[in-house]
Design a protein around this ligand. Structure first.
Ligand code: SF4
Length: 368
């Protein structure tokens, strides 16, 4: 039995919640440690989801930065230390100090596999950690491996090694087709993702076992496991958004309540709003309609977010929350979203806020 840890971060978002349920149900033999980075600034709907997940999974370790601070929340502690400088997409000190640093402290120097819930219908990689002892794995995707692993395995220098592993693993008629792809060097026309997809399209499980064998000669945490300790190698399911909602509903954990579309009316026209993702209630990634949702659904939290805007620092570039909360401005923001929802309806597209704003995730640590 190896001493590699299996870890999964519960952000309070739907995808990590569904991943934890999926892995626990499908691979109960994996002893996964669940953790949550507690910023003290989550919505009560998020807290409720985490409590329900805890009943389903067993214990979830809460990691809280600055535990000895006299401030009410870790966020207020660091905000004070930063002289009131609010975080922003360009200066995202909040994630670094409240989440990443605590996660890396929690893992320490142990070898760890970190399971990340990026879905099969998303085209991106998630930043998890730059520490070499922590390896990210993406079980919902066709390609479960991170980009650094793929770049290493498919590098032209390793063609012979990959061909030899495939030849050991595969004795059937697929081998010729596989070796033709493996032996074709990467070029500007035949780049990494093309080669990767060509191999995955032939046989996902075989590709995973090839990568696993390759990693056994490296320092990567997965390479230190025995093959039967890592059943994900044989998982060829690809899960997309609808699967995530299905897993949450069928498990009884349920969909986070902040996703519920709430109807509103302006000038006789109807629209709906909600919050499209988890994270701190004041998160600067949220759109103006989500700030209006916060203003009307959680006025106390809106006021609190407003109180952090001092000395010219604002959550939204070029607009204070006081300005955004004025009735005429709220009306305008709501009318804008009603228009977008009407256009989506006319084009037979989804009209929920998640459909309209997209489900793009800017931070693997906060929103998955
Ligand atoms: S949710 Fe938003 S504000 Fe909170 S830590 Fe993440 S990026 Fe920062």
């Amino acid at each position: 039995m190896s001493n590699v840890r299996h870890i999964l971060g519960i952000s309070g978002g739907k995808d990590s919640a569904a991943l934890s349920i999926y892995l626990k149900t499908k691979y109960p033999q994996l002893k996964i440690e669940y953790y949550n980075s507690d910023t003290g600034c989550e919505l009560q709907e998020t807290e409720l989801l985490i409590d329900r997940l805890e009943s389903y999974l067993g214990s979830i370790k809460r990691l809280r930065a600055a535990p000895d601070s006299s401030e009410n929340t870790p966020f207020e502690h660091f905000l004070k230390a930063m002289g009131g400088f609010l975080p922003s997409p360009q200066q995202r000190w909040c994630t670094k100090k409240m989440k990443l640093a605590e996660f890396e402290k929690y893992v320490g120097d142990d070898l760890a596999i970190s399971y990340v819930g990026i879905r099969g219908d998303e085209d991106r990689d998630g930043y998890v950690s730059t520490k070499p002892n922590i390896q990210a794995i993406f079980p919902f995707r066709q390609n479960i491996w991170s980009i650094d692993v793929i770049n290493k395995v498919l590098h032209n220098d390793n063609i012979m090694q990959v061909a030899s592993i495939y030849s050991e693993l595969c004795s059937n008629s697929l081998l010729d087709e596989i070796l033709e792809i493996v032996n074709r060097p990467l070029t500007k026309q035949f780049y990494y993702s093309k080669k990767l997809n060509a191999l995955l399209d032939i046989d996902i499980k075989l590709f995973n076992h090839m990568v696993f064998r390759f990693l056994q000669n490296t320092e990567y945490p997965v390479g230190q496991l025995l093959e039967d300790e890592f059943p994900i190698l044989d998982n060829d399911e690809i899960l997309v958004k609808d699967d995530i909602f299905r897993i949450l509903r069928e498990s009884g954990v349920g969909v986070p309540a902040y996703y519920e579309e709430i109807p509103f009316e302006v000038d006789g026209k109807s629209g709906t709003y909600c919050r499209s993702r988890s994270g701190c209630y004041f998160c600067f990634f949220q759109q103006r309609i989500e700030w209006v949702w916060l203003l009307e659904q959680h006025p106390d939290l809106f006021r609190k977010a407003m109180s952090f805007e001092k000395n010219g620092y604002t959550w939204i570039q070029g607009e204070t929350l006081e300005e955004l909360s004025r009735p005429e401005r709220v009306r305008k923001i709501k009318l804008d979203i009603i228009k977008k929802q009407e256009t989506a309806r006319n084009n037979h597209r989804g009209t929920t806020l998640v459909d309209i704003l997209g489900d793009e995730i800017m931070c693997a640590n906060c929103f998955i």
